[in-house]
Design a protein around this ligand. Structure first.
Ligand code: MN9
Length: 308
């Protein structure tokens, strides 16, 4: 049974990396370690098998196994949202039902993509999945899957069960509009970690993103600071986080996240092909450059930097 209501799923939520071993197999041991380490660092929830979780290079059974292991590791300590997106409604429904049975708190999905489905087809996709489970659906709006516009979001919000949106677009002002025109109880999760301050300022309830696997600390501070009306602190923390993000983005995603985690002693394993991997020399070069950035920033209190 799910434990948290959608209104209680808020704050800083890592889009959890999925751990693979050197043979490209899903690695339960590493996965459990990553989860418990993130919980000890104070994250407010986890978003499983999404973009960062490499879901589209995984088989449905593997995605299900990740959900089972994470649910077992978390034991209700923080809320869980599971991305069940696939191009076919039938596959998504199977994943959604399985996630519900495991006891997660919400499901989420990108719209079906690749064939440029019409809005009517996408609407039916969300309608059918939502009808198949009794836990809320969070629509995932991201350019990679073909971003949907405000009016369509409004229409999706009329589906019973659709209770929020993960908004991974740079048009953050629409978060305010969603809250005003759809309703303040319609949950909004800001994507684009480099704009978390904007997301929270425009009224997002939470933020879901990849860098919260690596540097949740400044974002937990930003979340608190914006809520307390302390934009100065929020801006300072965002500036530090962005220096790290901009630097890391140049090496390719999600390799950068896993490499960074490795450096700080949280072993998330390998990425799945075709993402590839860094050769030793490249990784050492990045690490050296990062140490220089750390010196330039001159900050402490961010474990990733402290441990470099
Ligand atoms: O919101 C992630 N977006 C993508 C989810 O993966 C495209 C973000 O967390 C970004 O990885 C991050 C870096 O641009 O903001």
């Amino acid at each position: 049974m799910s434990k948290y209501q959608i209104k209680d799923i808020k704050g800083v939520i890592p889009a959890l990396v999925t751990c693979f071993d050197e043979n490209q197999d899903y690695d339960e041991k590493r996965q459990r370690n990553v989860v418990s380490s993130l919980i000890s660092r104070g994250v407010n929830g986890l978003y499983l098998t999404g973009t960062t979780g490499e879901c589209f290079v995984m088989k449905p059974e593997e995605r299900m196994k990740v959900v089972e292991d994470v649910v077992d590791e978390v034991k209700g300590r923080i809320p869980l949202i599971v991305h069940i997106g696939a191009i076919g409604t039938k596959i998504s429904i199977e994943l959604a039902k399985h996630a519900e049975k495991c006891g997660v708190d919400a499901v989420s999905s990108v719209p079906p993509f690749y064939w440029k489905f019409s809005e009517a087809q996408m609407f039916n996709y969300y309608r059918d999945i939502s009808a198949s489970v009794n836990i809320p659906m969070v629509v995932y709006n991201i350019a990679l899957a073909g971003a949907v516009g405000f009016n369509f979001i409004k229409s999706l919000s009329t589906i019973e069960g659709v209770k929020g949106i993960k908004y991974t677009l740079t048009s953050k002002f629409e978060i305010m509009r969603i809250k005003e025109e759809i309703g303040k109880d319609f949950m909004v999760y800001s994507g684009c970690d480099e704009m978390a301050i904007a997301g929270f300022s425009f009224g997002a309830d939470g933020a879901i993103g990849s860098f919260y696997n690596l540097i949740p600390e400044p974002f937990l501070d930003i979340y608190k600071a914006v809520q307390a009306g302390d934009l100065k602190t929020a801006r300072e923390k965002q500036q530090i986080a962005n220096a790290i993000i901009m630097f890391a983005l140049e090496w390719g995603f999600p390799l950068n996240i896993k490499a960074g985690m490795q450096w700080m002693g949280v072993d998330a394993g390998w990425c799945r092909e075709p993402f590839g991997q860094f050769d030793k020399a490249t990784e050492e070069k990045y690490q050296t450059e990062f140490r220089q950035l750390k010196k330039k920033l001159g900050v402490s209190g961010i474990p990733f930097l402290d441990k470099l």
